[in-house]
Design a protein around this ligand. Structure first.
Ligand code: ATP
Ligand code: MG
Length: 629
């Protein structure tokens, strides 16, 4: 079957398509209705069915691979390694589940997980899934304000945390941040469960705080059966990255999510039971949920969990891990590859990568130079994935489990099965044809795996996502894109970031791509800045592969001229930024996404707005200094 036939089936007859895909997981009770879309835009998948994510991720594999690795943990921060087989993971999950129950957690309760990348975090997520508690993982090391607002929104009975994390050799104490977050939140969890890694001392609040090691020791033989959940029950809440504003609590189901992931492991990632999957993401992000924890395990694969950076002890560490653990599928982000790009390419060819089939990248636009650099260096296919926290799995990519659809540089690919992707005019709602720029939208129903609603706020769900295109109740991605005649999509930036220069609408991504093609540039960001004459002008900020290239002001001027000339030649004078400044650092979210909204505010001398998810706030000062000359 060709991909286009496969795709058509999914759109023309979703019920029969997904009934077939649903066979990839175990059901305790079969569903009676594949899709209930009687109350649009809410879609309920596999109604009447009962199942469990933990069962499908772990218990299901016990008969065939109890002694095979399930969770491989490597920390270059603490020099630890641990391998848990499916059997051992099963035991640990039950101990954790018993401890949670002893602290009063029951089905439907929220459990907030604020943890570094350690096995206990995955064990806690799966233990929640096992007993029907709803987890909400918050990226470890988030400041008290962001953590506090999530505690207040998710109202957890229990918070699971650790003494600290470690980043590039520096210990980050978590407990003081957590204590302060709880103080700030109107909702107070009744218990806090602490995993003590021995990294940093912390104070405990008697009666509220509990030590995991002590409680675990009391539950070593725990047998905690799986709680069979309705397919449409809630499995977790996860907040979006906050690149464009206040984060939204994405709420996900059980059965639809399990089916979507099982299906993607087969058709998109081509991972097989017994192999190893390596995602460099963090459990605090959606990629971590779907492709560190649930996806690989539901697919019977071992998942490699890595605490560390891509360049310590050296820039070859990721590939060394691929060799050692015979990784077949790898998932990372363009931001990580751009970090590697500042180091010698020889690190990419030092290890035996024969097990590795492809490298998937997602989260930010993948520019052509970065894609080619990593593909040439590794000698492996690079597959771009475009998706959102809201969708849980890719909207656009290529499905090499179905056919060998070629990839196209600069494009994530084609709409994935189940996603009825449309390109619409944001003002008229009109459907656009090839080579016309518009908003990327998804017609209802959203496929299995996508968000059910905004946690606790159905109205915000409808208003935010389904009300922005006039005359059509379609899901807006708020991304701006274009499609070529063969159906490949190109992401041109966020709709907020579209620049209007003298009446021409330009996506910031197009200009960034062009700047990135200059060999001295490692990465860049372009924003539209108010201009009295032209409406808006583009301003660029570029990070150089070698900062010494712009050491003197004469060097800077020459390089800026050269970069502007590239844009001029590739896109024309209209797109040429008014200025390109060289900086050492771009303001990014903790998940590595460029905060263009804040850059724009700084350029216009405005308040940069909500910065709770920024990685390093000093990056904004660097921009101010660059602007001041
Ligand atoms: P918020 O919605 O709170 O502003 P966010 O949109 O950054 O945060 P995520 O869900 O983590 O939160 O990110 C999804 C967005 O990331 C997409 O809408 C898109 O803008 C961008 N993105 C993800 N993958 C790609 C990709 N392969 N190419 C281009 N852009 C991508
Ligand atoms: Mg978003």
């Amino acid at each position: 079957m060709t991909y286009s036939e496969f795709y058509r089936h999914s759109i023309d007859d979703p019920a029969s398509f997904w009934a077939e895909e649903a066979k990839r997981i175990d059901w305790q009770t079969p569903f009676t209705q594949v899709l209930d879309d009687s109350r649009p835009p809410f879609a309920r998948w596999f109604v009447g069915g009962t199942t469990n994510l933990c069962h499908n991720a772990v218990d299901r594999w016990l008969p065939t691979q109890a002694d095979k690795p399930a969770l491989i943990f490597v920390s270059t921060e603490t020099d630890e390694e641990r391998i848990l087989t499916f059997g051992e993971l099963h035991g640990e999950i039950q101990r954790m589940a018993a401890v949670m129950q002893s602290l009063g957690v029951v089905r439907g309760d929220r459990v907030l997980i604020y943890m570094p990348m350690v096995p206990e975090a995955v064990i806690a997520m799966l233990a929640c899934a096992r007993i029907g508690a709803i987890h909400s993982v918050v990226f470890g090391g988030f400041a008290s304000m962001s953590l506090g607002s999530r505690i207040e929104d998710a109202t957890p009975r229990l918070v699971i945390s650790a003494d600290g994390g470690s980043r590039a050799g520096k210990v980050v104490p978590y407990k003081p941040l957590l204590d302060e977050a709880i103080r700030l939140s109107a909702h107070k969890p009744s218990a806090v469960l602490m995993i003590n890694r021995g990294l940093t001392p912390f104070s405990s609040e008697p009666g509220r705080d509990h030590d995991y090691a002590a409680l675990r020791a009391a539950h070593l033989d725990a047998l905690v059966p799986v709680v069979w959940l309705e397919s449409t029950d809630t499995s977790y809440i996860l907040y979006t990255s906050g690149t464009t504003g206040r984060p939204k609590g994405v709420q996900r189901d059980v059965g639809g999510y399990a089916v979507a992931l099982a299906s993607s492991m087969k058709h998109i990632y081509c991972g097989n039971p017994g192999e190893t999957y390596f995602s460099t993401s963090d459990i605090g992000w959606v990629v971590g949920h779907s492709y560190i924890v649930y996806g690989p395990l539901i697919g019977g694969m071992a998942t490699l969990m890595y605490e560390g950076t891509p360049i310590r002890p050296d820039a070859g560490i990721l590939w060394q891990l691929v060799e050692r653990f015979k990784v077949t599928v790898m998932f990372s982000a363009p931001t990580a590859i751009r970090v590697l790009k500042k180091h010698d390419a020889h690190w990419l060819s030092r290890y035996d990568l024969s097990s590795l089939r492809s490298l998937f990248l997602a989260g930010e636009p993948l520019d052509e130079p970065t894609s080619s650099w990593i593909s040439d260096g590794l000698g492996k296919p690079i597959i771009d994935n475009y998706w959102q926290t809201e969708t849980g799995w890719p909207i656009l990519t290529v499905a090499h489990g179905i056919d060998n659809t070629p990839t196209r540089l600069g494009s994530p690919g084609l709409p994935m099965y189940g996603f009825d992707v449309r390109l619409l005019d944001e003002n008229t709602g009109e459907t656009l044809g090839p080579n016309q720029k518009g908003v990327i939208a998804i017609a209802q129903p959203l496929p299995p795996g996508c968000m059910q609603t905004v946690w606790g706020d159905d109205e915000r769900f409808v208003k935010t996502y389904f009300s922005s295109i006039p005359g059509h109740q379609v899901y807006s991605t708020f991304d701006w894109g274009v499609r070529d005649a063969q159906g490949y999509y190109f992401i041109l930036g966020r709709t907020d970031d579209v620049i209007n220069v003298a009446g021409h609408r330009l996506g910031t991504r197009e200009i960034e791509e062009s700047i990135n093609s200059h060999p001295a540039v490692a990465e860049c960001a372009v924003v539209g800045v108010a201009d009295p004459l032209k409406g808006q002008v583009a301003i660029g900020f570029a990070v150089l592969r070698d900062p010494a290239a712009a050491a003197s002001s004469a060097d800077r001027l020459a390089l800026e001229g050269a970069v502007l000339a590239v844009v001029n030649q590739q896109l024309g004078a209209i797109a040429r930024p008014a200025r390109v400044y060289f900086v050492n650092l771009l303001p990014k979210t903790r998940s590595g996404k460029v905060l263009r909204r804040s850059i724009q505010a700084v350029c216009e001398g405005r308040d940069p707005g909500d910065l709770t998810t920024i990685e390093d706030a000093s990056a904004l000062n660097a921009l101010r200094e660059a602007l001041a000359g």
